[in-house]
Design a protein around this ligand. Structure first.
Ligand code: PLP
Length: 463
């Protein structure tokens, strides 16, 4: 049987790490059925080789134009995945204190971590400054004040970039569009230069640049071109005002193939970066998540029941929207691969696949080409390496599913399944307590060390 040879780089449709061999689905050189015999379904299974190939492909395209890659941890935050990427030299883009701890636990140096996100708490900002974070991407005037206050209290300077909302429609699903003017993300492009000047003048802040992220699962490259061109104009305008803009962070968002839509050409993406912002002399960074890990993971599930419906057959699985919520949330379609190669015959029908959760939205779509399914059969949802496990929950008090990593002919559990007994332990409630006299009273606002800064302080101080 042919052995899997790790691809140095990959093309979008090149998925040699995932193949039927002698009728059985393999990830690299591991038969998925063998993993399922050891780990109860549902579980996620990733290919280390596929993640490495994706990283090397992107890195090869971007190295000539000197763009740092900071993986968006939210896409798949398992520390084994982070470590794998960090070992290749990848930096990280985080959006919470929890993701910061994950990146640090995976031995990613703080000097390679960018902190994005629209609602960072004081505690998260403080921890980021203390560990020596590379850059905090700030999204509002109010946040600038809070970062300055926290930095001052720590006696340190915080490296701040401003996240820009360039008002560009990424032409992707509405729920993953982030840069139109009605979006909650970023600072309207017309306000950025003034705010950046305030950052540059603030003694506790270091103005290190600007950032943009226009959305996710983007196939059409033109929105990238428009957004990056707008950023180039902005940087030029800011420099014209005497401001130093050493860094430019271009965000993530590169799509992957889905259904009959091929994935974008990475060479073209790199060319657009070079053409639009290559001349600025800024230190460039990108924050891809899905592109690095999305294709490298499967969700393996057992078919529990078949049910005859008026319009065909329904398959009820042991994986639900709590395990993979992308279909319910974004209408995403994940191709399905039976672990045993399907034999197509006349009895094969179109199946609607659904999960066990008590929600009508707990369905994965309609599928042809699965052969004739039988209860007990194992099925794998493809393209599930990004925003799968990291979005999973225990809704309906279901176990938080396990994650497995395959590398060559070996596999290992990289997150064990979390069962109901562990969850119940968290709910053995504490003793009843009464607020101390003179403390917070009902109806009175209580500050949880979080929201003092209004954003006006800095603006007022500068006037
Ligand atoms: N950067 C930021 C600020 C994000 O919010 C996201 C995802 O939403 C990403 C990067 C990664 O996006 P993607 O996984 O589509 O590359």
């Amino acid at each position: 049987m042919t052995k899997y040879v790790e691809e140095e780089t990959w093309q979008d449709d090149d998925r040699r790490w995932l193949a039927y061999r002698a009728g059985a689905l393999h990830i690299e050189d591991v038969r998925l059925g063998a993993v399922a015999a050891a780990i109860p379904t549902p579980f996620y299974c990733y290919s280390a080789g596929a993640i490495r190939s994706a990283y090397r492909t992107l890195s090869r395209a971007l190295t000539p134009i000197d763009v740092a890659i900071c993986y968006a941890v939210k896409a798949n935050s398992n520390i084994a995945v982070l470590r794998l990427l960090a070992e290749l030299g990848c930096g990280m883009d985080i959006v919470s204190g929890g993701e910061l701890e994950r990146a640090l636990a995976a031995d990613v140096p703080a000097s390679r971590i960018i902190f994005s996100g629209v609602g960072k708490t004081r505690a998260e900002i403080a921890r980021a400054i203390e560990v020596g974070i590379h850059q905090i991407n700030v999204e509002s005037a109010a946040e600038i004040s809070v970062v300055a206050e926290v930095a001052r209290a720590l006696g340190k300077r915080a490296p701040v970039a401003l996240r820009v909302n360039p008002d560009v429609d990424a032409k992707t699903h509405a729920k993953i569009t982030t840069a139109t003017k009605d979006s909650k993300f970023g600072i309207a492009i017309g306000q950025v230069a003034d705010l950046y000047a305030q950052v540059a003048a603030a003694p506790d802040l270091e103005a290190v640049g600007v950032a943009v992220h226009i959305g996710s699962q983007i196939h059409d490259m033109e929105p990238f071109r428009r957004a990056f061109s707008a950023m180039a104009e902005l940087v030029t305008e800011m420099r014209g005002r005497g401001l130093s803009v050493p860094r430019l962070d271009l965000g993530g968002g590169i799509g992957i193939a889905s259904g009959d839509k091929p994935g974008p050409d990475i060479g073209r993406y790199a060319a657009i970066i070079a053409e639009t912002v290559g001349h600025l002399g800024c230190k460039l960074a990108v924050e891809p998540g899905r592109w690095l890990v999305g294709r490298a993971g499967l969700l393996v599930s057992e078919l529990l029941y078949l049910k005859d419906m008026q319009d065909g057959c329904m398959g009820i699985l042991d994986a639900g929207m709590n395990d993979l919520m992308r279909t319910a949330l974004y209408d995403a379609h994940h191709p399905v691969l039976p672990l045993q190669e399907p034999q197509l015959n006349d009895a094969a029908c179109t199946y609607s696949l659904v999960g066990p959760i008590c929600e009508s939205s707990d369905k994965f779509g309609r599928y042809d080409g699965l052969g004739e399914l039988r209860a007990g059969e194992l099925l794998a949802f493809d393209l599930a390496g990004a925003y799968g496990a990291s979005m999973s929950s225990t809704y309906n008090s279901r176990d938080l599913l396990a994650e497995v990593l395959v590398d060559g002919d070996r596999f290992r559990t990289i997150r064990r399944r979390q069962g109901i007994q562990e969850m119940l332990q968290l709910e053995h409630g504490g003793a009843w307590e009464r607020p101390a006299p003179g403390g917070g009273v009902m109806g009175e606002p209580v500050l949880h060390g979080g929201t003092k800064g209004t954003g006006r302080e800095l603006a007022d101080a500068e006037q």
